[in-house]
Design a protein around this ligand. Sequence first.
Ligand code: AMP
Length: 428
Amino acid sequence: MKVLIVGSGGREHAMAWKCAASPRVSEVLVAPGNAGTESEAKVRNVDVAAEDIAGLIRLAQAERVDLTIVGPEGPLVAGIVDAFEAQGLKCFGPRQAPSQLEGSKAFTKEFLKRHRIPTASYATFTRESFDASHVRRQRAPFVVKASGLAAGKGVVIVETAEEAISTAQAMFGGQFGDAGREVVIEEFLPGEEASFIVMADGVNVLPLATSQDHKRIFDGDNGPNTGGMGAYSPAPVVTPAVHARIMNEVIGPTVRGLAGDGMPYTGFLYGGIMVAPDGTPNVIEFNCRLGDPETQPILARLKSDLTVLCEAALAGRLDAVTAEWDSRAALGVVMAAAGYPDTPRRGDAIEGLERAAQLPGKVFHAATRRDGDRIVTTGGRVLCAVGLGASVREAQREAYALADSIRWNGVQYRRDIGYRAVAREERR
Ligand code: AMP
């Protein structure tokens, strides 16, 4: 079979690599892909942008693609799955209506409240409806969120009501473009966050391995938020008891609630879950796709055939399959360009990739491009070095051995990915 992966990041490299490893798959196309996808066996990049839905449909038809898997949220929120289905093409991901779980935080908060799914208390405002006195009556600290898609950057945590008010006003004023037309101001929840990703087929749910990511740019989880600086799987904070609570109190009611609301959810569903000190799982956010960088360590552990799981989901038969996991832990370190997250520098030549290829583990590419016989950076998050090991500590060692063998001008990466999990292991 022929598979098309839509997107160009580290997540998409991991998806393409995983699909290409399937004996059922003759070829994987990646639109548009990167220098890493291009160098995988059985994988071919095609120069069609992830947002060009009409172009992707033409590509899938011309190449007789059997299965399309969508990486990023943009095309999902824009309705790529509905458009593929209208042409009779198999495309794994949620349709446009349920993709609002990621596309609109205002939609999600209202949905969670109506279905009594645990989440932070909140209020939604537009510039016209904004009520500063309401904010002043709430308890600090606050989390201020642009409602629309803002590439993971439209969330600001502030200590006082006055800061919350000025942050919201900056969002109304266009700081995040259209994404800030509506603003959600919510209660700050203490706890430890985990990424809980499942596959859904409208009715049935297949949970993937748990994971945790690091969103801040600097060690110790300091500095501005990024798309993600590293991740590992499994997440020790998700004990079997917490896992059961997330399935029963969050994922189950969400999938049933969406079906009941007339928008059944098929695709990857990513819950950002804040696990309170007493184990209560609160929804921080939903994403309508796999996480980046969580996908890289998760798929490094997946032993089952991803194409089989996606096809089972599209047939409404997730109840008939199981996912098998490598019992080892996996940990990915994101290597970013100078200036990331604000103004990443582009065009630096990457050295050491051949050396890294001789080491255990796997380097997934994100913002890379081949330029003659060099591979150069093309954006902020450039590579993700993934190691595996009997413990998170060992996976961390393998990942950093890989990362340390690669360099370019201005490369930056955190030295402490996985520290919470390592501390838990050492307490045991
Ligand atoms: P989001 O884009 O909604 O995932 O928010 C980005 C990050 O902000 C999350 O990963 C959390 O670390 C943090 N965050 C968001 N909402 C809250 C909240 N209500 N309480 C505490 N932290 C939050």
